[in-house]
Design a protein around this ligand. Structure first.
Ligand code: HEM
Length: 157
């Protein structure tokens, strides 16, 4: 008989995947938008994009990031099949740490400097900082794509 009873683990996985979708999907959309704004080089658009970034980052991306990590760790603790000594779990934590560090150290600084430059009317500097931000963001996305590969393939198992 096929059973449809969902366990706690199933729900953790559903939420983990949803949070990862928001994070990865959000990264693709923001990265594409940033690249378009940088290419267009329009100062008003740069200012508008930076403004929406300040709102969307904390409301959408930060919670998704925290949920991916929290639910991932919870699943490892919840399941007898996984533990923190497994290579794929360590790779996941390493990739998460990499993405998080780039976000906390490089991205936030580039975004703040871009916004300051934009506010004082230094459009060239705002564009330069937004370009830095955009490169950092594509790098984060690359790490997330490797993370999805790692989740599905589970190297070392
Ligand atoms: C870094 C960003 C991450 C992304 C984009 C991501 C994405 C995913 C995806 C798409 C799945 C579904 C794979 C499948 O069911 O075949 C998954 C499963 C899972 N992830 Fe993550 N994940 C990330 C980080 C983490 C971290 C840091 C941990 C733990 C420390 C973790 C633990 C797990 C576990 C335990 C599963 C369930 C595996 C299974 O039931 O087969 N994930 N993740």
């Amino acid at each position: 008989m096929i059973t449809t009873a969902a366990t706690l683990y199933n729900w953790l996985l559903v939420l983990h995947i949803l949070a990862a979708m928001v994070w990865v999907g959000g990264a693709v959309m923001l990265g594409a938008q940033a690249t378009r704004v940088v290419r267009a080089g329009d100062h008003d658009e740069v200012a508008r994009f930076l403004g929406s970034l300040r709102v969307i980052g904390p409301i959408v991306l930060a919670p998704a990031t925290v949920l991916v990590l929290g639910l991932g760790i919870w699943m490892v603790l919840n399941s007898a099949a996984w533990d923190f000594k497994q290579e794929w779990v360590q790779i996941a934590l390493g990739l998460f740490a990499g993405a998080f560090l780039i976000g906390a150290a490089h991205q936030s600084r580039a975004a703040i400097q871009a916004e300051r430059a934009s506010q004082r009317g230094d459009q060239a500097e705002a564009l330069r900082q937004l370009t830095r931000w955009s490169v950092g963001y594509w790098t984060i996305l690359l790490l997330l794509v490797v993370a999805v590969w790692d989740m599905v393939m589970k190297p070392g198992l």
